[in-house]
Design a protein around this ligand. Structure first.
Ligand code: NCD
Length: 349
């Protein structure tokens, strides 16, 4: 893996497997049974120029759990970019201050441009509708863990990706990463105008996968192993799209009824979150809360070990992790959510 993580294009299947193995070793720390200090003294610069809750906090928490500390800035208003500073200058300056940088920016390609001015590892935390490589890594980690828990092989699995497949950067990175795996069946379900870019469909097909598009969930298939729902990225719409697209219709809703009618007890439901819970949004339904098939919070939990793995690998401390472990000294609840006790700590893949 090169010194930055800007796109999943830089990852081979071996590199993904390697990161998954490091993430597994991070589990005792992520689950707050052990403490490590391998990044003691290191500083992370978290630069977020777009809204974020989980990506920003989980990168932050992952770095802290490795013993490092974090400096961050959010939004353009409070950064010198509001004074006209270029990405190049900001990048060079930050390189002199911190040991790793995570950046989220509304423009596609901007994080790669930023990375050109520094030797300090830069991680793309989302560049507009471009990519979100760490999310795709934690998604693949989640899928491999869930399949191991369910005793199912990943080869030949059927994944259904739905919602905004045009502007959703998480699904762009995810399909590219999935294309490195044994032949899969991928069904893409999105409303007109929000289809997955054709070059990504072609790439996946060229690597031997069966990839098909459907116009709504009613037309999709029943034997689905993974449903990956996404939010409509209204903030990225062109003026024309804003005019023509009113709302996601009810035939896109993944809810308990859909799962009970069309899926199996071992189907897992994922979403990068946030899910839009406003009335009429028709995003992934909250009526699935408490249903064991809903993997979204196991998925967010997996963001910590995977992001720790990314840092450990980029900063080359992965060989030191076990040498430095101590027991946690504070109170840790037996499970993090109110209804996930059966899954806590269940199975590294
Ligand atoms: C996503 C993002 O920002 O791309 N969220 C995330 O990072 N988990 C998805 C979204 O905003 O809909």
């Amino acid at each position: 893996m090169p010194s930055h993580l800007l796109s999943v294009d830089s990852l081979s299947r071996d590199a993904v497997d390697h990161l998954i193995r490091i993430a597994e070793r991070m589990e005792p720390i992520a689950q707050r049974r052990k403490v490590t200090r391998v990044l003691e003294g290191a500083v992370l610069g978290n630069l977020f120029f777009e809204a974020s809750t989980r990506t920003r906090i989980s990168f932050n928490a992952a770095f802290c759990r490795l013993g490092g500390s974090v400096c961050d800035t959010t939004g353009f208003t409070f950064s010198s970019m509001a004074k006209g500073e270029s990405l190049y200058d900001t990048s060079r300056v930050m390189g002199g201050y911190v040991d790793a940088i995570v950046m989220r920016h509304p423009e596609q390609g901007s994080v790669a441009e930023f990375a050109e001015a520094t030797q300090v590892p830069v991680i793309n935390g989302g560049d507009g509708p471009g990519e979100h490589p760490s999310q795709a890594l934690l998604d693949v980690y989640t899928i491999t863990k869930e399949f191991a828990r369910l005793g199912k092989p990943l080869a030949g699995a059927h994944l259904l990706l739905t919602g905004d497949l045009k502007y959703g950067r998480t699904v762009h990175s995810l399909v590219k990463l999935l294309s490195l795996y044994e032949p899969l069946r991928i069904t893409l379900v999105s409303p007109p105008g929000l289809e997955m870019p054709q070059h990504l469909i072609d790439l996946v097909a060229s690597r031997g996968h069966r990839i098909e598009t459907r116009l709504n969930l009613a037309e999709s298939f029943d034997d689905v192993d993974v449903i990956y729902a996404t939010r409509i990225q209204r903030e990225r719409f062109t003026a024309e799209m804003t005019e023509s697209f009113t709302e996601l219709t009810a035939d896109f809703v993944v809810d308990r009824g859909f799962l009970d009618r069309r899926c199996s007890p071992t189907t897992i439901v994922m979403h990068p979150l946030p899910r839009d819970s406003r009335p009429g949004a028709n995003d992934l339904s909250t009526d699935l809360n408490g249903d064991p098939r809903l993997a979204i919070f196991r998925q967010t939990d997996n963001g910590i070990p995977m992001r720790m793995a990314i840092f450990a690998h980029l900063l080359q401390v992965e060989g030191l992790i076990e040498k430095d472990l101590r027991d946690v000294g504070w109170f840790v609840p037996p499970s993090f959510g109110v209804d996930d006790a059966t899954f806590q700590g269940s199975g590294s893949a």
